[in-house]
Design a protein around this ligand. Structure first.
Ligand SMILES: Cc1cc2nc3c(=O)[nH]c(=O)nc-3n(C[C@H](O)[C@H](O)[C@H](O)COP(=O)(O)OP(=O)(O)OC[C@H]3O[C@@H](n4cnc5c(N)ncnc54)[C@H](O)[C@@H]3O)c2cc1C
Length: 399
């Protein structure tokens, strides 16, 4: 593997080029072989959770890649987690059922108390507890997170939570939920980012006792839900860090989330490109392989170039993250470029396969639907462009 160094002010950061984490990638490929397209298609028919796949990943230890060794995890850096997720997607699988554990857990790691970490992390690492649900988005406030309406009010040794979340993925398949709620009304804080708090909720204690979960019939099998809180009482000890500082804690984790989701998009793009270039070379129409036509080969080649470029940006973001340096610019841009590269690769793959791309057994239409999400969640492209315009280019805030 090659490496380049980039000077950033006084700091020098090393970026790995080529295939990194080779052994881990090899192991992930082996796991993915047991979960071919037919496995994912059958799950879609039932809108079922990929329990066997998540179990295999848990047993392999890869889901606990980012948990420190002291708490039973592998203690690996973010680039290893990115390689794991990329490889899952490059091999036709989907990590959406379990990836949230990797980035949600950072909030607990960075801001949780020692007691909370000791209580939860070893069990999460061993797979006896699932931390897969992340409740931020609400139906009325959408991307404008500080306007969220869910309220958590202190009542002695408890908080009482009322409100609603939407698109809370995996809530029915997780034991724990990381929840962002307002603890101080917005008209009583100086800045709208203040007064929000993060809670780690054990959903097993409150399900049907203040907490209800309703599945959303969605375009992809993402096990996503609406969640309702009706006077849900949770122990005060569920609070992570300081009350009122939750927005900052969530923001801290977002760069990691963008790098990891961007890596999944890179994996999708690699899958589409491999499938399209293979088919283009094999499929003969008008007496020659369709890949001899530039109208077929150029979109695939362009998607490959875009994917390589996006991957470099994400590698840079991961290297900065691991060095403890600001990485918001490259994490945001890398996620945006990767999601677009994956979409272009998906489009090229669809077009290359002609009518056969509509046959479910090719898995192209499934991956195509799945990869479209990455331009919307966890953050939509417009919001990334707004970030770049304001924070990188110094233009006035647009919203
Ligand atoms: C399958 C799926 C799974 C999800 N999983 C989770 C989850 O587990 N947890 C969770 O909390 N959320 C989850 N989400 C929610 C996701 O993060 C949001 O859908 C996403 O952040 C966009 O928010 P919104 O849908 O409310 O869009 P809105 O905020 O309503 O925005 C709609 C559109 O308008 C654009 N827009 C809004 N404001 C501006 C502006 N000022 N300038 C320019 N454009 C603007 C947006 O970019 C977007 O394209 C999931 C969503 C989906 C579809």
């Amino acid at each position: 593997m090659n490496a380049v160094s980039e000077k950033l002010g006084q700091e020098q950061v090393r970026i790995d080029l080529g295939e990194n984490w080779i052994d881990i990638r090899e192991q992930i490929r082996k796991i993915c072989k047991d979960f071919p397209g037919s496995y994912w298609r059958a799950l879609e028919d039932e809108q079922a959770y990929p329990s066997a796949f998540v179990q295999a990943l848990t047993e392999s230890g890869y889901l606990a890649a980012l948990i420190p060794e002291a708490y039973g995890g592998a203690g690996l850096p973010l680039s290893a987690a990115a390689a794991i997720l990329e490889e899952i997607h490059a091999n036709g699988c989907n990590a959406g059922a379990c990836h949230a554990q990797m980035y949600i857990m950072g909030t607990l790691l960075r801001h949780g108390s020692t007691a909370q970490k000791e209580k939860y992390l070893p069990q999460i690492a061993s797979g006896t507890l699932r931390l897969q649900a992340f409740g931020v988005t609400e139906p009325t406030s959408g991307t404008d997170t500080t306007q969220l309406k869910t309220r958590a009010q202190r009542d002695g040794e408890h908080y009482v939570v009322n409100g609603q979340k939407v698109w809370t993925s995996r809530a029915r398949h997780s034991d724990l939920m990381l929840l962002l709620a307002r603890t101080t009304p917005i008209d009583q804080v100086q800045r709208k980012t203040e007064g929000l708090s993060v809670f780690l909720i054990d959903m097993r204690d409150v399900l049907d006792r203040g907490l209800s979960i309703r599945p959303i019939d969605a375009m992809i099998n993402h096990n996503t839900t609406e969640v309702f809180f009706d006077n849900m009482r949770i122990p005060a000890a569920s609070l992570i860090g300081e009350e009122g500082k939750g927005f900052r804690y969530i923001l801290d984790g977002m760069n990691a989330e963008r790098i990891l989701v961007g890596s999944e998009a890179i994996g999708d793009a690699r899958w589409f490109i491999a499938k399209a270039s293979h088919y283009a070379s094999e499929r003969v129409v008008f007496g020659r392989p369709i890949g001899m036509n530039q109208g077929i080969q150029f979109p695939i080649a362009r998607a490959h170039a875009e994917t390589d470029a996006a991957e470099l940006m994400l590698r840079k973001a991961a290297a900065l993250f691991e060095a403890g340096l600001p990485c918001g610019d490259s994490a945001n841009m890398g996620k945006m470029l990767a999601s677009e590269a994956a979409w272009h690769a998906g489009e090229a793959c669809m077009q290359t396969h002609g009518g056969f791309s509509y046959a479910r057994e090719y898995d192209i239409e499934r991956k195509w639907r799945e990869t479209r999400l990455m331009q919307i969640a966890p953050v939509s492209t417009n919001l990334i462009l707004a970030y770049v315009a304001e924070h990188v280019l110094g233009m006035p805030r647009s919203y």
